[in-house]
Design a protein around this ligand. Structure first.
Ligand SMILES: Cc1cc2nc3c(=O)[nH]c(=O)nc-3n(C[C@H](O)[C@H](O)[C@H](O)COP(=O)(O)OP(=O)(O)OC[C@H]3O[C@@H](n4cnc5c(N)ncnc54)[C@H](O)[C@@H]3O)c2cc1C
Length: 318
């Protein structure tokens, strides 16, 4: 891309988005790991029309783009992201009650809405089923894409449909028949084809929840939060569990602990003493420190137990 085109794109974005666009924006400010180099273009759309405009612009100028929510499950490399980050968590938000149907009560939330806001809304409206998501940082879109879960449940159990925008800006309602959920993953089918990550983004999710007394939901919520605080390192930046739990083996955390890696350090990154599947930023970690430590963990676990650990955290950028 020529300097002239880059300047034109920046001017167009500034004209349209004002202070909702930033250039060379440090991604460390937008990830729970608190690491990550600059994104060339960082844009915070507030509605579907603006999202469509950004996708068109990306296509017109051949810009790579990535969508983020709360940045709670990503690790951005130190040289940052070339192209455009479409960040939904700050402005593309909102929750509403849809209606009751024989299956339960339906609530819809825009992709950028924080998951904890949905939990709070459900609690206040006497809707049960979402307490498992309490304390899971991030947005509705990120949680759906990651099939986020805890306490024996996950998004797959409460989502009844989503709306997506395809890369050519078509808005499509996707029902359960076209959603394939697996452990920390969602695959979306459109026109009988599984869509790749850069072929769609999630606009909203429809939740189906059951009625319950708010005081019962609140009591359960208290227990869940207490359990989280006692088992996870909340005092240090992280992206939650770094690795997926391997199928048919002990949990990743148990394997890492058994390999004697609790407390292992690489530069500013460390394996948490509290939960061995959390890599934490001790304050001055780089993405390279975190990646080096994760590779050391993978090598050790493979050597000691013959198990290949796969990152749950999505690594992006350069
Ligand atoms: C302290 C801590 C505890 C955690 N505990 C849990 C837990 O118990 N269970 C659990 O499952 N996870 C947990 N996590 C991980 C994280 O909170 C979840 O994965 C969360 O759902 C990520 O949401 P997000 O909006 O931050 O996604 P992001 O990190 O912003 O993005 C994650 C992925 O989703 C994509 N994405 C985001 N939004 C959209 C969209 N609208 N459309 C299309 N793609 C999108 C991104 O491109 C990226 O690939 C924890 C994290 C932390 C920091």
């Amino acid at each position: 891309m020529t300097a002239e085109i880059a300047t034109h794109i920046r001017q167009e974005l500034t004209r349209r988005f004002g202070d909702r666009v930033r250039f060379d924006e440090p991604m460390a400010a937008h990830t729970t790991f608190k690491v990550g180099g600059p994104a060339d273009l960082f844009v915070m759309p507030a509605n579907e029309e603006e999202i469509g405009y950004l996708l068109c612009m990306a296509r017109q100028w051949g810009l790579e783009h990535v969508v983020i929510g709360g940045g709670a499950n990503i690790l951005v490399r130190d040289r940052g992201i070339r192209g455009m980050v479409i960040a939904l968590a700050d402005h593309f938000t909102g929750i509403s009650m849809v209606d009751e149907d024989p299956g339960g009560i339906r609530m819809t939330a825009l992709a950028g809405t924080r998951l904890h806001a949905c939990c709070r809304y459900a609690m206040d409206h006497g809707l049960a089923g979402l307490n498992f998501a309490l304390g899971i940082p991030g947005s509705v879109g990120g949680a759906i894409l990651m099939n986020a879960g805890a306490s024996g449940s996950s998004m797959a159990n409460v989502i009844r449909g989503i709306r997506i925008m395809t890369a050519d800006t078509e808005v499509v309602a996707v029902g359960l028949n076209d959603l394939s959920w697996s452990y920390r993953e969602l695959s979306v089918c459109f026109l009988s084809k599984a869509l790749a990550m850069d072929e769609f983004l999630i606009l909203s999710g429809i939740f189906e929840l059951g009625p319950a007394k708010p005081e019962i939901i609140k009591a359960e919520a208290g227990e869940i939060m207490q359990y989280r605080r006692s088992t996870q390192p909340w005092d240090r930046p992280s992206a939650g569990c770094f690795f997926k739990n391997p199928l048919g083996a002990q949990s990743a955390g148990k394997l890492i602990e058994a390999a004697g890696l609790k407390g292992a350090v690489s530069g500013g990154a460390a394996v948490s003493e509290k939960h061995a599947n959390f890599i934490v930023n001790r304050g001055n970690a780089s993405a390279a420190d975190i990646i080096r430590l994760s590779e050391r963990i993978q090598e050790t676990i493979y050597h000691d137990f013959g198990v290949a650990l796969i990152p749950e955290v999505r690594i992006m950028g350069e």
